[in-house]
Design a protein around this ligand. Structure first.
Ligand SMILES: C[S@@+](CC[C@H](N)C(=O)[O-])C[C@H]1O[C@@H](n2cnc3c(N)ncnc32)[C@H](O)[C@@H]1O
Length: 242
């Protein structure tokens, strides 16, 4: 517990077995990990993630349920929690700017919903996107976003920046008024930009966009949820369609 308190400032909270599992798989530095039932956590690893079992066995310290509950605002059903070091911003900026880019960068223009941002980071990790950039005030490393991202912030480059500082590359901005995405090939070097849940794409992002593309949607439906839009666009990119 002393180690936990020493490491807590500036660290990323991983709540739950799956967040810790993903963080370890993708190379996060994890100085401390706790479990209310160490044997049960290791059995879970044996069953679901044998690749991280050894690492977990070396890391996990058993703590009483009461101590665990005192550390987390929302205790996780697996009774596991850990702290991880946040990757350096410079490292992420380098990854985002690296050329040639082998997979798109997802840009969330002023997102408002922390759960959406987490779901998008999970999607980006799953599709092997280069990274997720947010503009605006939402912190993409907020504990609720990390929870929604299931520890996959370590599998892609996640940073906040201004529209003016976005990495190089053609911007394909998703908007219901754009051209049908089914007729557009999304290149690997693209920045795929998505608007805010409330107001869509900002004027700054629209000004930076090279193309506006639309997801198929029947008339009378106004828009899709932000995270599902990202999922469809990344799938379209991965299929290399058109
Ligand atoms: C919930 S929507 C925003 C709705 C907002 N009220 C508006 O005025 O645009 C969030 C974002 O998802 C993307 N999106 C949602 N539906 C889309 C569609 N049919 N085609 C392209 N992008 C879409 C856009 O990037 C949009 O800005």
């Amino acid at each position: 517990m002393r180690l936990w308190h020493r490491e807590a400032g500036g660290a990323v909270l991983l709540d739950g077995f799956h967040a810790l599992k993903h963080a370890l798989r993708f190379g996060a530095r994890v100085p401390v990990a706790l479990a209310t039932d160490r044997a049960a956590a290791l059995a879970l690893a044996e069953e679901l993630a044998p690749d991280v079992r050894e690492g977990l066995a070396a890391l996990l310290t058993e703590v009483p349920e009461s101590s665990y509950r005192a550390l987390l605002a929302r205790p996780h059903p697996t009774g596991v929690a850990a702290l991880a070091g946040r990757p350096a911003r410079e490292t992420n900026l380098r990854a985002l700017a690296h050329a040639p880019r082998r997979a798109p960068v997802v840009v969330l223009d002023n997102p408002r919903n922390l759960g959406n941002a987490g779901a998008v980071i999970r999607l980006a990790a799953g599709f092997g996107a280069t990274g997720v950039v947010t503009t605006g005030t939402l912190d993409p490393w907020h504990p609720t976003v990390v929870r929604g991202g299931a520890g996959l912030h370590f599998a892609t480059a996640v940073e906040r920046m201004d529209v003016a500082d976005l990495p190089e590359g053609p911007v394909y901005a998703l908007d219901p008024e754009g051209e049908d995405i089914r007729r557009v090939r999304l290149p690997d070097e693209a920045l795929l930009a998505f608007g805010s849940e409330r107001s869509g794409l900002s004027p700054e992002l629209r000004a930076r966009a090279d193309r506006l593309v639309a997801l198929p949607m029947r008339p009378q439906v106004s828009s899709y949820n932000l995270a599902t839009s990202v999922g469809m666009a990344l799938f379209h990119w991965s299929a290399g369609a058109v």
